[in-house]
Design a protein around this ligand. Structure first.
Ligand code: EPU
Length: 414
């Protein structure tokens, strides 16, 4: 079922409900390791990365129960088992096991993470943080070995604004002795979500969502119940798809503030966007204006929506320039869009997109968001497009086919 077939050319119409955020879920699940009793996570998305994380925790000895959208994690019998290979290599966010196991047990061995490899993604800032907290860190035969007799709070200035490093340092520091201050921290909503969970577990974290986060270490953390924030990237993808197909879609169960940068760009192009309390309505039309987009750290336009946005910009009049300031070479969707007749060239960290109609083709998803871009492009085309490599897309979009069919799209798997 790795191939999605789309007969496009129909405007999307109706309501789509957004699940919990993938990039929160895969940080909140390892955060539960730090507790000494059961943590319950609600609004958990059913995604392959979440399934893998559940299995990772079970391999470490946790008792995990997943019913519907809720997962309970009892970490009391966990041990810091070395994980050189296997499932840790299947997803990027396995790096959170480093911070969580170090924080709880003072040691961890974790194979270097896998995940979407659209370009080299270093973890030097994570390691710099662990070392600042007093851990000894060795990179041996493709695995990171971490050890600390007692973690001690420290002041850590991140050289690059990193979501992963910010969260990983928070995890390790939550039970360290003394105060940790993370400067130049990432401000993404997923970071606030992790801090909210940790604080409900008894941690003392202030400033999450700003560039300075202050963590007073505590001796122990307990269980709690937490509901995961809605997935802003899924929400943004459906907003863009609605605009690209000139449809009329209500994207429900979201926090509109989290997608403000998308709303602003769509409006600049001439798309009608209406904000409600927990939903957004996107009404497309013909004749969009070309715009320039800069993908930045939050609250800027998300790099994860850069590829989907490229597909939309092929539908605008004139030339748009889309520059990614987070990843310099996240353009694996471009050669595939060229197969569909798009006029795009990549210069440095920018894609220069000349608007024009697309055609049906056989294309391949090479990573999650590149795949989402192809789905959007295919939805605009009056013809049958085949997209292989859907296993990447399924990592980040719960019930994608059902949702699209619910909005009137003709899509099926092969
Ligand atoms: N970076 C470093 N050193 C580090 C860490 C990051 O140089 O130690 C650089 C990266 O190479 C990149 C920039 O800093 O240029 C930002 O990377 P960041 O650490 O913020 O990315 P991440 O935490 O590995 C998360 C999401 C990504 C999303 C980015 C940026 C998870 C599991 N992944 O990755 O999501 O693109 O933040 O917002 O949360 C996706 O969902 O498709 C996805 C790739």
């Amino acid at each position: 079922m790795d191939k999605l077939i789309i007969r496009g050319g129909r405007p999307l119409r109706g309501t789509v409900s957004i699940s919990g955020a993938k990039n929160s879920a895969i940080a909140l699940i390892p955060a539960a390791i730090l507790a000494e009793s059961t943590v319950r996570l609600d609004n958990l998305p059913h995604l392959s990365d979440v399934y893998v994380y559940r299995e990772l925790l079970e391999e470490l000895g946790a008792d995990v129960d997943w019913q519907g959208d809720s997962m309970t994690i009892d970490p009391t019998r966990m041990k810091s088992v070395p994980m050189y290979n296997g499932k840790v290599k299947m997803l990027r966010a396995s790096y959170y096991l480093m911070g969580a196991l170090l924080g709880r047990f003072g040691e961890a061995v974790i194979g270097l993470p896998g995940g979407c490899n659209f370009e080299p993604r270093p973890i030097d800032q994570h390691i710099k943080g662990f070392e600042a907290l007093g851990a000894e860190v060795r990179n041996e035969r493709g695995a990171i070995h971490l050890k600390a007799s007692k973690l001690k709070g420290a002041r850590i200035y991140l050289d690059v604004v990193s979501v992963g490093a910010t969260i990983n340092i928070m995890l390790a520091a939550a039970r360290a002795k003394g105060t940790t201050i993370i400067e130049n921290a990432a401000k993404e909503p997923e970071i606030v979500d992790v801090a909210t969970l940790l604080n409900s577990m008894g941690a003392k974290i202030k400033g999450a969502g700003t560039e300075t986060i202050r963590i007073e270490g505590v001796d122990s953390l307990g269980g709690c119940r937490h509901s995961i924030i809605p997935d802003r990237i899924q929400a943004g993808t459906y907003m863009i798809a609605a605009a690209a197909t000139r449809g009329d879609v209500i994207i429900d169960n979201i926090i509109p503030k989290h997608v403000e940068a998308v709303t602003a760009k769509l409006q600049e192009m001439g798309v009608h966007v209406y904000e409600m309390d927990e939903a957004i309505r996107v009404v497309g039309q013909s004749g969009y204006e070309a715009v320039d987009v800069k993908a930045l750290v939050y609250p800027g336009f998300a790099t994860d929506l850069q590829a989907p946005m490229t597909s939309l910009l092929t539908q605008a009049r004139g030339v748009s320039v889309l520059t990614d300031y987070v990843y310099s070479n996240r353009f694996k969707h471009v050669p595939e869009l060229l197969r569909m007749g798009a006029k795009i060239r990549v210069e440095g960290r920018s894609a220069i997109i000349e608007g024009g109609p697309l055609n049906a083709a056989r294309v391949k998803a090479t990573d999650l968001r590149a795949g989402a871009a192809l789905v959007i492009a295919a939805l605009t085309v009056d013809g049958v497009t085949e997209i292989s490599g859907m296993r990447y897309v399924d990592r980040g979009y719960e019930c994608l086919d059902e949702n699209l069919r619910g909005l009137g799209a003709e899509v099926w798997r092969e």
